[in-house]
Design a protein around this ligand. Sequence first.
Ligand SMILES: C[S@@+](CC[C@H](N)C(=O)[O-])C[C@H]1O[C@@H](n2cnc3c(N)ncnc32)[C@H](O)[C@@H]1O
Length: 262
Amino acid sequence: MAEFTGGEVYQAEFDPKAYLEYFKFGECAIGDEVVTIALKNFCKAFSSGLLKGDTLIDIGSGPTIYQLLSACESFTTIIASDYIEQNCQELQKWLKNEPGAFDWAPVVKYVCELEGNRDKWAEKEAKLRKAVKQVLKCDIHQSNPMDPLTLPPADCVLSVECLEGACKDKNSFRAALRNMSSLLKISGHLVLAGVLGCNFYMVGSRRFSSLNLTEEFMREAICANGFALVEFKVQPRVSMEMSELSDFAATYFIIARKEKEA
Ligand SMILES: C[S@@+](CC[C@H](N)C(=O)[O-])C[C@H]1O[C@@H](n2cnc3c(N)ncnc32)[C@H](O)[C@@H]1O
């Protein structure tokens, strides 16, 4: 079995700049495919009126903000989080508009186009920068992932491509879902996006392991943790180009409502 790359490997070897190569539109086929699917799903979900409230917590944000571009139209307080300091710093660089920050403008413009507002992209950047109130250290393997902070339960918890990278096996995945659920209000929504049938992904020259997830397992794990599934969308991979960067078979997009404590 391939090596599991846990938290210590992320801390020592996850290079935010190398990871951000996936988000340069037009330069990385595999990134373009996964990111555009996710952005379309976020746009539809966050404009549907179903996902609303004051606070959204994003778990395992990485160095990226694309996952929050539609969410900031519905939530006025967004809390981003990650396990490793270098990702939090990279995020802060963009939030504070500092020199050397990643250029998200092409992605922001694409989202504005999806939302029917292409010329408003600068306003959207400002809106997101205003909405993200905190970037916190988190660990989804802790029963309180934000320990030592205790956050008030949120209206929405979002997590994109975090569980598959952070969890070693199915039991740790189930436990991490339970930990995420503890951050959410009853009747609040969990939004998950990521990849199925994936064993690895590359960040620069470093190979990171991925828990190979199936739709069947995820449905069972989510429902067993006190959630009711609202949407479970699977889209098979289109382009087999760049399979040396990741071997995922499909993407998933899930909305689940918290019915009870797990
Ligand atoms: C593939 S990246 C996804 C980043 C971003 N959400 C995205 O959609 O591009 C996986 C992220 O999970 C984070 N991570 C790894 N272990 C974690 C843990 N135990 N708790 C929280 N986040 C973790 C990593 O630091 C990394 O930023």
